[in-house]
Design a protein. Structure first.
Lengths: 137, 215
């Protein structure tokens, strides 16, 4: 996948002072270990339309999501900003549309830290709480 | 020096208030300001903003004392975790945990990780050496309100600091005397400053302040 708008569902504890933290893009180990960071593709259009589209998906998966937030990342922009050296560091793959996954292609912790920080800055451009989104629906 | 313990299941003292007072006396020279800091560490909420307004870095002597204490601790973060019966509620840890919210956040990070471990299982053990080295950095982070969490791939302590501009400084404290950091922010476009700080001696962790100055 090289284009499209993808929503990431943000838990309350991943936000500090209204800003998304890098924990939101942590790849969790465990049994089984996660191999990608989950995103959901949303409809094209204005930021409001994209956020409402993300909210529709999230509220179906987690009905009690009133304290969550939703952020939108443009896949093309994320790939361009993060894959800025000779070899790519991330890619997006379909996981049963609209579900898709961001896959880290490096194990270097220093690089993963940079990638997650970059995702934070990108995700901060379009983010809103589910409470406010639901009020606007 | 006899090893002291951070044992999650006991209430043994690791830092007593005279130590905090002594360290505070090195941080802030004048008795009035020193009093503010000491009041702050015993009444964190009331004096929080006042403390932040006093921009201080520990002197070499104060940081040396801090390092001695942290280096002498025997940190045990294995097993179940119940903050209501250990560090947070214990009087003897009060002076330590009153240093802003940083130690409360430190404990929350451990608690969240333990919960996640119960839910998902098979997480790496929390790196106790990473915890120790995070504590070495703690005096530098008091006024930065960091978000602290444990990396689920490595069990190391991570922290994020949100600066005033649109960006984030993210760091991972390795158990081997290094701290990965990445500062990503937006000016005319997104820019990144990424690297690894390496410290062979606990005393040198104070120099992480050079990285913090970026924000």
């Amino acid at each position: 996948m090289t284009a499209g708008s993808a929503s990431r569902f943000i838990k309350p504890r991943w936000i500090i002072n209204g800003c998304i933290t890098t924990e939101a893009f942590d790849l969790r180990d465990g049994n089984p270990p996660e191999t990608y960071v989950s995103f959901f593709l949303v409809e094209r259009g204005s930021a409001d339309k994209q956020l409402r589209s993300g909210y529709k998906i999230l509220s179906e998966i987690i009905p009690e999501c009133t304290k969550w937030s939703i952020s939108i990342i443009e896949i093309e922009e994320a790939l361009s900003e993060i894959n800025d050296e000779d070899t790519p560091f991330i890619c997006f793959k379909e996981k049963g549309i609209p579900h898709c996954g961001l896959i880290y292609l490096t194990n270097a912790q220093e690089k993963i830290l940079e990638i997650k920080a970059t995702l934070c800055v990108l995700a901060q451009k379009k983010v809103n709480s589910t409470r406010q989104i639901s009020n606007s629906v | 020096m006899t090893a002291q313990k951070i044992d999650l299941y006991s209430k043994r003292s690791i830092l007593a208030s005279p130590i905090i007072e002594e360290v505070a006396s090195k941080f802030v020279g004048s008795p009035a300001k020193r009093s503010t800091v000491i009041q702050y560490v015993t009444q964190p909420q009331k004096h929080h903003k006042r403390f932040i307004s006093v921009s201080v870095l520990p002197s070499d002597t104060a940081f040396g004392k801090w390092c001695n204490y942290i280096d002498s601790l025997e940190i045990n973060l294995k097993g179940n975790f119940d903050p209501s019966t250990c560090l947070l509620s214990s009087d003897v840890f009060g002076p330590l945990f009153s240093w802003g919210n940083i130690f409360i956040e430190f404990m929350r990070a451990i608690e969240c990780y333990k919960e996640l471990e119960n839910d998902r299982g098979n997480l790496p053990d929390i790196s106790e050496e990473s915890a120790r080295r995070f504590l070495l950095l703690a005096p530098l982070l008091v006024s930065t309100n960091p978000k602290i969490y444990l990396d689920t791939q490595t069990g190391n302590f991570n922290f994020d600091i949100i600066p005033l501009e649109n960006g984030v400084l993210s760091a991972q404290v390795l158990p081997i005397g290094a701290v990965h950091y990445s500062y990503v922010a937006e000016h005319s476009r997104i820019y990144k400053i990424t690297g690894t700080a390496k410290f062979k001696c606990s005393l040198d962790y104070v120099k992480f302040s050079k990285i913090l100055r970026m924000i």
